[in-house]
Design a protein around this ligand. Structure first.
Ligand code: 5GP
Ligand code: ZN
Length: 112
């Protein structure tokens, strides 16, 4: 298995775990761009959001609900942002679908 995030999920590459359940794993980003920067990944390997179909609806909903749960646990009461970079123009660098949870500071809009 050559996928970085699959290796993080299986534990062969260490990570700081934030949450795990049967569908997903969440861990601290190694290069945080905000005081809270958590990556959530489905346990199932999918290269990007562009590879999903309606069968992935439950998993995708679960990722969003879990991100909101983590945000509440981390007391991001002033707000936060969920980002799914997709493909080259989207700035995706790791080809395993993932969701960024960013919070703890005011975030600029539009993104660069
Ligand atoms: P992308 O740019 O693909 O949306 O996001 C990939 C994210 O994965 C980046 O924010 C990057 O810092 C993070 N990342 C890359 N390699 C590792 C790693 O080995 N461990 C952790 N915890 N995060 C990583
Ligand atoms: Zn993977």
């Amino acid at each position: 298995m050559s996928c970085l995030f699959c290796k993080i999920i299986e534990g062969s590459i260490p990570s700081t775990k934030v949450h795990e359940d049967e569908l997903c794993y969440a861990f601290a980003d190694i290069n945080p761009v905000a005081p809270t920067h958590v990556i959530l990944v489905p346990r199932e390997h999918l290269a990007s959001l562009d590879d999903t179909d309606p069968d992935h609806g439950e998993m995708l909903g679960h990722l969003l609900l879990t991100a909101a749960e983590i945000a509440r646990k981390q007391n991001l009461t002033n707000g936060y942002r969920i980002v799914i970079n997709t493909g080259e123009d989207g700035g995706q660098t790791v080809e395993h679908l993932h969701l960024h949870l960013l919070g703890g500071r005011e975030l600029a809009w539009p993104p660069g």
